[in-house]
Ligand binder design. Structure first.
Ligand code: ATP
Length: 666
């Protein structure tokens, strides 16, 4: 027998007491906000400090806002612990205390809240009873008790099931009330630990990554406020979908971007095979050689004239300085160091002549014309685009830089068929963006963030991973993905390799196995593709039975399917081959709908979604149009189809005129 009590939606004595605690917590939060509002920035010494303090106070006031629809707490722990904390703890989205510093609500990220997610009959963690609360709108309407420490088996939680079954409308929600024990382990792993999560569609990877960011920001507030945390997602539609999760958890200062947003939005078209060569980590050595090949062997010395005197640095001395700097610094600091070292030699000559020049003289000599001319000739000023331009347009230069790292065929593939006039007019591709970033870092060190969350990481090239790795080289990362959902020319087949190229070899690979999104029937259907796209992976499991959720129709009309879906509750995604977006949108002309546009604030229940933008998204009802065309459209089309078929929360309708891939019909 499940040891559960689900209170009916009628206030009982217990429910009334809990509602009173909610009211008291709300009032306390309002008082905290009023107090924050009453604080003045005038105490700060000067105008600038005043502005900074005022902005901090404003942020604090905003963070203390009470959102009536968002439950202030969602759980309660009755504890039997020998510590200084209260015996009863309410777990919520943020700390709330009364005027005497007594905690009314404890932040879910605090160490004591861990038991809310982890305690079990086998390991009660000093908790005798865990209570979950159910809300309707902002009103507390139900509770559910789980006795721990009595050795009683727990049955399924209805509040948890209701939360998972709740129709999805609008952007992604936080899962803070229902994080599962294996997810919580990942969320609370320490800041220094890089974690890589493999998980089938809908196992909560994205949710876990976002909650880990919130957890780390809470636990290491100062350090991460300085160093920064960034979320990297596959496209802007995805970023817009996840955009409200962290703000709902009180974290507004996390940058969310795509790889293109980080490395440069270059999108000239490119053959997938060429892109694959450019994405290969072997390019790193080629680029490094290409950059340093710009240094010219010095044939002349330098002569600095001051009044009637001439101070000379001989050619062999210049060669020695260049040789000693080469390979020991990045390119740009090396250039600056060369000027300073030449100036220093001149100063030594001045001293030999009995002068006593100081640092200012050294700077002046370093900036003088003869020194600048020599530095420009020997160690030329460069931008990354110049180097890459030369590499992709000059076969001889490429051959020298590539040595044996690239085969002659690969080199030939890299050379532009139609060269551009100059580096300034070159049109760069997405793969070039990572090469330019590598060069930029060889010239000037890229600053590192404190933590990076990388979603859909299976799709990144080795060179892109290196670029991301630079941005967390003094920090750590949360790497999320699914080997079965790799759709790019360079998709990985091993997480160890991803961690290697990210520069986080110590990272731990872990797996989430239970699906929260896709009904079992739909997931089993999609999983028929797995042996063809990721033979090593086990079939995914779903928490949600969802009988009757799958319909496959030959010759069915998209308008009819959309009308049927509109009669039900929740969001609808009509996922179509990219080339057929306009046609399907026209077929739906009688129904209010929009084509998915990441930049539009317009929210539509019925959306036409190009197949290549569906990654990471979910809809209550998904209608997939013509799977054969989705498969045909790209080299890893079967994996794309797997992604598309696993976006449904409640129903999946597959419409096809052409034969379905055989794996789906066998
Ligand atoms: N513990 C949980 N409680 C409630 N809902 C959850 C939980 N974990 C995940 N979900 C929900 O399941 C859905 C899928 O989660 P998410 O998008 O994070 O999965 P994913 O593994 O990133 O999927 P994909 O690989 O398809 O991108 C979301 O609606 C999420 O809110």
């Amino acid at each position: 027998m499940p040891a559960h009590q689900l209170a009916p939606d009628i206030p009982s004595g217990v429910l009334a007491a809990e509602q009173a605690h909610l009211a008291a917590s709300r009032a306390a939060l309002t008082a905290m906000r009023e107090h924050a509002r009453s604080l003045s920035a005038d105490a700060a010494g000067d105008w600038v400090s005043q502005q900074i303090l005022q902005s901090l106070l404003d942020q604090r006031v905003a963070a203390l806002a009470d959102h009536p629809d968002t439950p202030l707490f969602f759980g309660r722990l009755d504890r039997e612990a020998d510590d200084e904390l209260p015996g009863i703890i309410y777990v919520g989205r943020r700390h709330v205390h009364d005027g005497h510093s007594k905690p009314l609500v404890v932040d879910w990220r605090a160490p004591v809240s861990r038991a809310f997610y982890q305690a079990s009959p086998a390991d009660p963690m000093n908790v005798v009873r865990r209570r979950r609360f159910g809300y309707h709108g902002g009103a507390l309407t139900a509770y559910e008790d789980e006795p721990l420490g009595q050795g009683v088996e727990l049955g399924p939680s209805k509040i948890l099931t209701d939360e998972i079954e709740r129709p999805r409308t609008g952007p992604m929600r936080d899962i803070v009330a229902t994080i599962q024990p294996d997810q919580d382990e990942i969320v609370r792993s320490t800041l220094t630990q890089t974690v890589c999560v493999q998980g089938a569609p809908g196992t909560g990877k994205t949710a876990v990554g976002l909650h880990r960011a919130a957890y780390l920001l809470f636990t290491h507030r100062e350090r991460l406020a300085r160093a920064g945390v960034m979320i990297v997602g596959p496209n802007r539609a995805f970023l817009s979908y996840i955009s409200s999760v962290l703000p709902a958890l009180g974290e507004v200062k996390v940058d969310q971007t795509t790889v293109a947003g980080m490395l440069g939005d270059h999108a000239a078209p490119e053959d997938a095979l060429v892109a694959a060569v450019k994405g290969d980590a072997r390019m790193a050595a080629v680029l490094e050689r290409a950059l340093w090949m710009h240094i010219v062997k010095p044939e002349e010395g330098v002569v600095f004239t001051k009044g009637a005197y001439r101070f000379r640095v001989a050619d062999h001395e210049v060669r020695e300085i260049v040789a000693s700097l080469r390979g020991t610094t990045r390119y740009n600091p090396g250039r600056a160091a060369l000027a300073q070292r030449l100036a220093h030699m001149v100063l030594v000559r001045m001293e030999q002549r009995g002068e006593s020049p100081d640092d200012r003289v050294q700077d002046a000599v370093a900036r003088s014309k003869p020194v600048r001319q020599l530095v420009d000739a020997v160690w030329p000023k460069l931008v990354p685009e110049q180097v890459l331009y030369r590499l992709l347009s000059d076969p001889e230069f490429l051959a020298k830089a590539a040595k044996s790292d690239l085969s002659p065929d690969e080199q030939e593939m890299l050379i532009w068929r139609k060269p551009y006039r100059s580096w300034k007019s070159a049109k760069w591709t997405a793969a070039d963006a990572a090469l330019l970033d590598e060069l930029r870092d060889l010239m000037e060190r890229t600053p590192s963030l404190g933590h990076l969350v990388v979603d859909e990481a299976q799709d990144l090239s080795e060179m892109q991973l290196r670029a991301l790795g630079r941005r967390c080289r003094n920090g750590s990362a949360t790497v999320l993905g699914d080997l079965a959902q790799g759709t790019t020319a360079w998709s990985t087949s091993s997480w160890e390799s991803v961690l290697h190229h990210l520069g986080q070899r110590e990272g731990a690979v872990t797996e989430l196995t239970l699906g929260f999104r896709v009904p079992r029937e739909v997931l089993d259907y999609a999983a028929r593709l797995l042996p063809s796209i990721a033979p090593g992976l086990a079939a995914p499991r779903s928490l949600r039975p969802g009988a009757g959720s799958l319909t496959v129709r030959a010759g069915g009309s998209v308008a009819v399917a959309a009308k049927e879906a509109l009669e039900r509750e929740g969001s609808i995604g009509v996922i179509v081959p990219d080339a057929r977006v306009a046609e399907v949108s026209a077929a739906l002309a009688d129904l209010p709908h929009a084509v998915l546009d990441p930049d539009s604030a317009e929210d539509h229940r019925l959306l036409v979604v190009p197949a290549t933008l569906a990654k990471g998204l979910e809809y209550d009802h998904v209608i997939v149009v013509e799977p054969a065309d989705i498969v045909e459209a790209e080299p890893r089309g079967l994996a794309r189809l797997y992604v598309v078929l696993t976006r449904a929360v409640t129903t999946l309708t597959v419409l096809h005129d052409k034969p379905l891939p055989t794996m789906l019909t066998e």
